[in-house]
Write a protein that binds this ligand. Sequence first.
Ligand code: 173
Length: 320
Amino acid sequence: MTIRIAAIGVMLATLCTTGVAQVTTLRGVSCFPEGTYYSQRFETFVEKVNERGEGLIKINYLGGAPKVMATLEVGKNLKDGIVDIIGCTLGFYLNVVPEADALKMIEVPVSELRQNGGMALLDEIHLAKMNAHYLGLVNSHAQFHIYLTKEIDKPDLSGLKIRVSSVYRKLVEALGGTAVTAPPSDVYTMLERGTVDGLGWPSAGIFDFSWEDVIKYRVDPGFYQTEINILVGKDAWLRLTKEQQAILNDVMLELEAEDAKEAEYAAKQKEMQADAGIEVIEFSPDAKAVFLETAYNAAWDDIIEKSPAYGPRLKELFSK
Ligand code: 173
C-alpha cells in the first residue's frame, strides 16, 4: 500500500515536471557581483517575475560579474544571445552601445521618458546596436562622485590617476587627471597598491567592496545620475507571449515607481561614509560651478561627437 502511494507520488511529480518544462526560461546576469547593492534591484526584479510568472516564465539567475562572466563582456553576451536578460549600468556595455553614455545625463523623471518618446528612442538604439529590448531603468535619483586617497583643494586632478568606468572618463581627463578603466572587483587592490589615487563611483555601494578602508575623501558635489538598465535580448523577447511580456513590463513599472527611495538610501550611505572617517572635499561656490560645468559639457560634447545622429535628440529628451 505504502509502495503504491509512493509510486503515484512519483507519477504526479513527473507530470508536474513535464508541465514546468513548458515554462519559458530566460538566463539572467547582473553586471555587478551577486548580492551587492547595484545587483539588488535586478535580483528583486528576478524574484518578482518568478513569483508572478509561476508556470509561465522563469528567470534563471546565473549570478553576477565577474564570477559568471567578465564585467565588460556581459553586454556583448546579451547581444550574442549567450544570456537573455541583464541588469547593467551603461559604463559596462558602452563597447556595444556607445550612445548609452547619455543615460547618465537623464535629468527628467523616468515616467516622463515613457511619455516624451525617450524610452522609445532608447529601445530603438538598443535594438539597433545590441539586439536588445530596453525594458527600463532603476537606481536613478542618485549621483556619482570622485573619491580620493589624496586631498585636493580645487577641481584639478593633475598628477592623479583615477579609476573610471566610461561614466567619468571625460570629466577626469578634462580636470587634468589620468583615467584608468577597471571593473569594481579590481579597485580595492589598485587603491591599496597606489596604482590609482581614487575612483569614480556613486554615493552608495562603496562598503560592498570595503573601499572605506582605503578611501580618505569624497569630492562634493555629486554629478550626473546613476542607473541600472534592465535589457532583454531581442530574440528572447520576441519568443515571449504577450502575457509573458506583460509580466516583465509590470514588474519593471513597479520597481520604477518605488525608485525614489534611492535618494534616501544615498543620503544614508553618505552618513555612513562620514562615520567611517571619509572626509568631504567641498569646493568654493565658483570652483563648484566650474566643476559641474566641466562635468556636463565634457559629457555632452563626447556623446554628441560619438553619435551625431542620436546625441542631440537624447540631449533634448533627457535635459530639464
Ligand atoms: O563602475 C562604475 O563606476 C559605474 O559606472 C557605476 C554605475 C552605476 C552604479 C555603480 C557603478
